[in-house]
Design a protein around this ligand. Structure first.
Ligand SMILES: *Cc1c(COP(=O)(O)O)cnc(C)c1O
Length: 810
């Protein structure tokens, strides 16, 4: 039963209550009066006032689950790319107007206060943002859930562009404190490293050489309409001894703090690598640190409320977001066997029934594996268990008559060269469900990386196409469009995104088309104003805003877009008299600090921008913008203002993509390859309402295996040749003419990402986009059909499928 704790009789009373609370907090918790209060004090007071509202719901949600003895979902993720929370919480609680009114009483503006909140960027890109969307949908669907991760002191780096180059600066999101979180001193666990596994009278015990303490910091996650409030529990680390007094007294002041530094390093910084494994020992320590704390917490809660640890799978579903927490399989086995006295076979059943594993990448080089000697040194007891698990798995494989090659592909240990532990194989074996994140990706899992494991365990692989929360990615980021949709079809879509389909009947309605267009234009004006302030650039809001924002990676092919931009630039210069469709090409994204080519691509975008934007022949026909420091808040500004969404990865390489969904939901048309979720977006919005180009995944594989010759393609396509040669010879880098020679040589020589193969098709698709754009009514109708048919890509649908098929909680 749900109690209505703060559904106000009327909204005036609510805003008066909020105001009183804010003033009380400002005085008694912040310790200031109105005269002394700075804007950050007001921000903190507003958040704390709102948080007080949330706490009642939070406690109520938790007690409901206790009373029902319900099953909980635990989502383990090394990344949560949360963004800001104030607008999200206000909107989900229906208190936006009330808060705005309360603040206005004191001459403050809610929109401005919202801008003071730092972007909680505890993730790299899609994988971390997925975890954040999932947390919101779990609460919205009233599913009891905890998210578990690390409370990084420095999240994703802040990107500055200096003379066109990416510069990485630490992101200090905790500098002003974090009013959302609660430190839970009572929820602390010891996390061990090293030492040895000792045989005792009652079994094996791990005696670690070092220990740190993991402490919980809880952030409430408010579901839509405040239905439920779940918990995001992030772990921080501290030393058991804050200071080694003996060393200190002996004058070794640094050595006295070594434990503190060691603990701090575990949670100091997020590894800023995307789609490639981080590799270093500290990363493995981070992974184990948060996984062990989370598994200990889950086991403790289960025993406390349900008694018998054998019933764990009835009360807990643990989802592993990629292999980063895969060591959880060995950790749970260790706790079940060494601490709770289960036999190996019984522990193995409990473990597999409890875990699900989500795979996010097929790139063999991106699959996590750890050198066996390192793993054994840090986790001697887990190593024994991995051997034991492996021997069971291999025995099973031999029993069904698998060949030696198949058996060695299944092994949790890679015996080739230096021996390594394959984390994906450990997760696969230790879970009852292994899911991909889009239909194509899941099919490729079965035929490529996991072909042999799939043969041994044919019932494990299943698909759960990703989704995004329509609260953040439509309602909050695009209130204008939300209003227009409400007027057209009522407000049922707010509770069920599938109801957006009512827009289909109105797709050709001229009045609706004009309203959608007007909102888009207003969003473009707002973005142009923002970028004017940020970068000093002037953009024409009547030009097509053509956008590619995402991590910079060669497989995502920002370079293909840039080369096509140069080709277009060349054509406009040769024929400025033609009535070109004016375009603003917007790029944004961060490159991993060690990823040389990705950083060079950022520089190239900026070099092209400098040249194109100052060319009087081109004028307003073409502008190129690289927006610095792409993050969630920036995405919330750019996506509602986008006309065209660039989703142009080499087919077979983007597991799903979620940016593609956000754009379509906001009425942008997609230009894209048949990759990841693009395929399913096409199936939902209709082939006529999306622009598809390029090789299929199958064709890419065939070309790579065959005699693909990019040099020949480049030399035989005059536009491509001219663009590549121009970049290569320094047209855009007169200060360093050879800057891009190597990057372009790579295209001639190998072109792993098939830019040359797809260029012509891409370029034709872009001219098709131009033709569609000239037909304003047709474009609007297609945009509306996109909005109408992407409700399926709500993370509510995704989470319902996980809940039903994997977790057994719905
Ligand atoms: C959605 C999102 C992503 C993922 O975008 P893709 O285009 O799917 O790679 C990355 N970063 C941020 C900030 C996002 O909001």
């Amino acid at each position: 039963m749900r109690s209505a704790i703060f559904l106000p009789a009327n909204s005036d009373i609510k805003s008066e209550q909020l105001e009183a609370r804010i003033m009380n907090i400002l005085r008694h918790r912040i310790g200031k009066n109105e005269t002394a209060a700075k804007e950050h004090d007001w921000f903190a007071s507003a958040v704390l006032a709102l948080r007080d509202e949330i706490i009642d719901r939070w406690i109520e949600s938790t007690s409901r689950t206790h009373e029902a003895k319900g099953k909980r979902v635990y989502y383990l993720s090394l990344e949560f790319l949360i963004g800001r929370l104030l607008r999200d919480a206000l909107s989900n609680l229906g208190l936006t107007k009330e808060m705005d009114r309360a603040l206005r009483e004191h001459g403050l503006n809610l929109a401005e206060l919202e801008e003071l909140e730092p972007d909680a960027a505890l993730g790299n890109g899609g994988l971390g943002r997925l975890a954040a969307c999932f947390m919101e949908s779990l609460a919205s669907l009233d599913i009891p859930a905890y998210g578990y991760g690390i409370r990084y002191v420095n999240g994703m780096f802040r990107q500055r562009i200096d003379d066109g180059w990416q510069v990485e600066l630490p992101e200090t999101w905790l500098a002003h404190g974090n009013p959302w979180e609660f430190e839970r001193r009572e929820s602390a666990y010891r996390i061990g490293f090293g030492g040895e596994a000792v045989v005792t009278d009652d079994g094996v015990k791990w005696v670690p050489a070092e220990e740190v303490e993991a402490t919980a910091f809880d952030t409430p996650v408010v579901g839509w309409r405040g239905k439920r409030v779940n918990t995001l529990r992030l772990w921080s680390a501290s030393a058991l001894d804050p200071i080694k007094l003996e060393a200190f007294n002996a004058g070794d002041h640094v050595g006295a703090l070594v434990d503190v530094l060691r603990a701090d390093s575990l949670v100091r910084v997020l590894y800023p690598a995307d789609s490639s494994p981080a590799g270093q020992e500290l990363r493995l320590r981070q992974e184990y640190f948060f996984t062990s704390a989370s598994i200990q917490d889950i086991v403790r809660r289960h025993v406390q409320y349900h008694g018998d640890i054998r019933t764990l799978p009835d009360k807990a579903a643990i989802q592993l977001n990629d292999t980063h927490p895969a060591v959880a399989v060995a950790e749970l086995m260790r706790l079940l066997i060494d601490d709770h006295g289960l036999e190996f076979a019984e522990a193995w059943d409990v473990t597999r029934e409890t875990f699900g594993y989500t795979n996010h990448t097929l790139l063999p080089e991106a699959l996590e594996s750890w050198p066996l000697p390192l793993f054994e040194r840090l986790f001697p007891r887990h190593m024994q268990l991995v051997y034991q698990i492996n021997s069971g798995v291999l025995k099973q494989a031999r029993e069904i008559g698998m060949s030696w090659d198949e058996v060695s592909a299944i092994s949790l240990i890679d015996e080739g060269g230096d021996r390594r532990i394959r984390m994906a194989n450990l997760a696969f074996a230790g879970a009852h469900s292994v899911n991909g994140v889009a239909a194509l990706h899941t099919e490729l899992m079965k035929t490529t990386v996991f072909a042999d494991l799939h043969k041994l365990y044919p019932d494990k692989i299943n698909n759960k196409t990703n989704g995004v929360t329509p609260r953040r990615w439509l309602q909050q980021c695009n209130p204008g469009l939300t209003g227009v949709i409400k007027e057209a079809i009522g407000d049922e879509f707010l509770d069920d995104a599938m109801k957006l389909s009512a827009l289909n009947a109105l797709a050709d309605d001229a009045a609706l088309g004009e309203h959608v267009l007007a909102v888009k234009r207003a969003n473009k004006v707002a973005l142009a104003d923002h970028l004017k302030g940020l970068m000093g650039i002037s953009l024409n809001p009547d030009a097509m805003f053509d956008v590619q924002i995402k991590r910079i990676h060669e497989y995502k092919r920002q370079l293909l877009n840039l080369i096509e931009t140069v080709a277009l630039y060349d054509q406009i210069r040769s024929h400025p008299e033609i009535d070109w469709v004016p375009r603003v090409k917007i790029f944004g994204g961060k490159a991993a600090s060690s990823y040389h080519n990705a950083k060079l691509i950022i520089k190239l975008a900026n070099d092209i921008a400098r040249r194109v934007n100052s060319d009087p022949v081109v004028g307003d026909l073409l502008k190129v913008v690289f927006v610095p420091n792409y993050n969630v808040s920036m995405a919330e500004r750019i996506i509602p203002a986008s006309d065209l969404s660039e989703q142009i990865s080499t087919a077979g390489m983007e597991a799903s993509g979620t940016g593609n969904m956000k754009f379509a939901l906001n009425g942008a048309l997609t230009i894209g390859t048949l990759d990841g979720a693009n395929i399913e977006i096409m199936e939902h919005v209709g082939r006529e309402n999306i622009v598809i180009f390029g090789l299929t995944a199958e064709e890419v594989a065939a070309q790579r295996a065959g005699d693909y010759n990019p040099r020949e393609i480049i030399e035989n396509n005059p536009e491509l040749r001219q663009a590549v040669q121009g970049i290569s010879s320094g047209v855009f880098s007169p200060d360093d003419p050879k800057r891009y020679a190597g990057l372009m040589d790579g295209l001639y020589d190998s072109d792993w990402f098939m830019l040359a193969a797809d260029f012509e098709s891409y370029s034709e698709a872009q001219r098709d986009v131009d033709r569609r754009w000239r037909d304003t009514a047709g474009w609007q109708a297609a945009a509306i059909r996109n909005i109408a048919n992407v409700g399926w890509f709500s993370s509510d649908r995704t989470i319902s499928e996980y809940a039903r098929d994997i977790w057994g909680v719905m």
